[in-house]
Design a protein around this ligand. Structure first.
Ligand code: FUB
Length: 373
């Protein structure tokens, strides 16, 4: 299957900018951006979607949401741009070059689009493709973690610091030692220890790092062993500096209901990309995207290292090939942040959204349909 799929919606009834207001926790959009694309100019049937884009001045994806000490909600997204690359199975069309951070005071309130927080030109080791980032806070410093390709074309994970949650961030001169692949997600446990979850197959290159060294000629997809355990995402504890691993990355093992690792052929459930960790009622919820089957799913464990047992879907497929999410508690409710291609109809130009997440009494998550019935 191609690295993109056809836009689901083609019936244009309402202009997004004429939509009658926020729905389901959605915010009114914010300040103008002189680098703004044509977001919002494409007439679409906004009412078909469960949630509306949080901002339309820029294209955004991969929303990592956090609530720091001031009680506001900060979103650390990818900043999609309309580049020249043709769409391919390795995500070459995701040509992002910088990060812009979003913030909101309350669900459904104004969303502020902050100025550039970090540009690839200011990252000494990185050349291109500033993909899905995440952030952490410790002892007065904010940390921005981001994947980008180095001069060999290998994805590494970098870190940049700031005294402000919205930057500007200053990048460390080299990527995190021992890091590879994409989609860092940093989880700080209640005991203060922080862990980075990361990885992605296909364009995320996890399958090209199985020997511990990047193999530029490795498989373009996965292990190509459908009946063997699927490639596992990785987890490593961060050291006290928050800028290096304190251990060699370990496999995040995801088991089926029989206690067996999910297999490579199980495309509806196996890990593809977009790791996220959150804790609910003392349990660890590892969630991720299944990529080419387009689901956001989750697995539950008793330790930040797992193993995790697959539990089900969080989100059914959105418009556009990718989605990527975060889950956070804010103002007494749990929220799912995700992205689709509502504004552009193009996979490379996405927009972030939020909607409420509901748990069942047994701790399972109610599956969300991104479209209204
Ligand atoms: O945004 C670029 C890549 O697409 C991300 O790193 C993946 O998670 C997917 O959303």
């Amino acid at each position: 299957m191609k690295r993109f799929k056809l836009a689901i919606s083609s019936i244009a009834l309402l202009a997004v900018q004429a939509c009658t207001g926020p729905a389901d926790g959605q915010a009114n959009t914010s300040s103008a951006d002189q680098t703004a694309p044509q977001a919002g100019s494409r007439a679409k049937d906004a009412a078909r979607y469960l949630s509306q884009p949080l901002v339309s001045e820029i294209y955004t994806a991969d929303p990592s949401a956090h609530v720091w000490g001031d009680g506001k909600l900060y979103i650390y997204p990818s900043h999609d741009i309309d580049g020249d690359a043709k769409e391919d199975d390795l995500g070459g069309h995701f040509e992002m070059r910088d990060y812009r951070i979003l913030s909101m005071d309350s669900p459904g309130g104004k969303v502020t689009v902050h100025p550039t927080a970090l540009d690839v030109k200011d990252v000494p080791w990185a050349t291109q493709q500033m993909w899905a980032p995440d952030a952490a806070f410790k002892n007065g410093t904010y940390y921005l973690y981001f994947p980008a390709k180095d001069k060999q074309g290998a994805f590494r994970i970098g870190v940049a610091t700031s005294k402000s949650p919205v930057g500007p961030f200053k990048a460390n001169p080299a990527p995190i030692k021992g890091s590879f692949s994409i989609d860092p997600a940093v989880f700080t446990d209640t005991d203060g220890k922080s862990y980075m979850y990361f990885g992605g197959i296909w364009g995320g290159q996890l399958q090209r790092n199985v020997t511990g060294t990047y193999d530029p000629n490795g498989s373009k997809t996965d292990l190509e062993q459908p009946d063997k355990p699927a490639l596992a995402p990785k987890v490593a504890a961060l050291d006290g500096s928050m800028t290096e691993f304190s251990e060699k990355p370990r496999d995040v093992v995801i088991l089926d209901e029989a206690g067996k690792p999910l297999l490579g052929k199980d495309h509806d459930r196996r890990f593809f990309e977009a790791a996220w960790m959150h804790k609910y009622n003392g349990k660890y919820y590892f969630s991720y995207s299944t990529g080419n089957t387009h689901y956001l799913v989750y697995a539950i464990g008793d330790s930040p290292y797992g193993p995790f047992t697959y539990k089900g879907r969080i989100l059914e497929p959105v418009e556009g090939w990718t989605t990527h999410h975060s889950i956070v508690e804010w103002q007494g409710k749990w929220w799912l942040f995700y992205a689709d291609s509502q504004l552009s109809g193009q996979t490379r130009l996405r927009n972030v959204k939020m909607t409420e997440l509901t748990y069942n009494p047994d701790g399972t998550i109610q599956t969300i349909n991104p479209f209204r019935k």
